[in-house]
Design a protein around this ligand. Sequence first.
Ligand code: AMP
Length: 173
Amino acid sequence: MKQLKKRIRNIPDFPKKGIQFKDITTLLSDPSSFQRAIDLMAHRHFHEGIDAVVGVEARGFIMGAAMAYKLGTGVLLVRKPGKLPFRTVSATYDLEYGKDRLEIHADAIRPGMRVIVADDVLATGGTMAAVAGLLDKLGAEIVECCFLAELTDLKGREKLKGRKVFSLLKFNE
Ligand code: AMP
């Protein structure tokens, strides 16, 4: 795990002062690190009857698609507003300044569908809380919220209380 952590590049003060940005491109571009990370995130779910993996735009698509391929499921997309062509349902959530919105196709989820939701980084948890709320509304059973990395100091798990949360790599800054 130490080796995988080292593959994530820390960029201080990006995109603005005070943020320690976890650049995952350096892990993704290394074949054995990418493969190992996805294997470790996916293998725990092999016999859990997962129906689909949900990926959150944009880096969550990479995690979600690779995990879905590994698990032999489909991948469902949660996208920024205006990107999905069919009828959508959406969730609005708070950002540091202002609000944002995420959407999913209204027919993407069958009630009772067992899903994993994947994203790259758990920071404040606002994004995943909004996505999970959206999936709840559509009747999905969320088996796990799964992240490549977690910024533990930001206490994102508190926004996801009552949900199963897994992160492969933990950073305390
Ligand atoms: P949050 O809603 O605060 O948990 O933020 C989650 C989303 O923002 C994730 O999809 C990440 O891609 C991105 N993000 C937030 N903070 C960071 C960070 N320090 N480094 C890299 N990505 C981040």
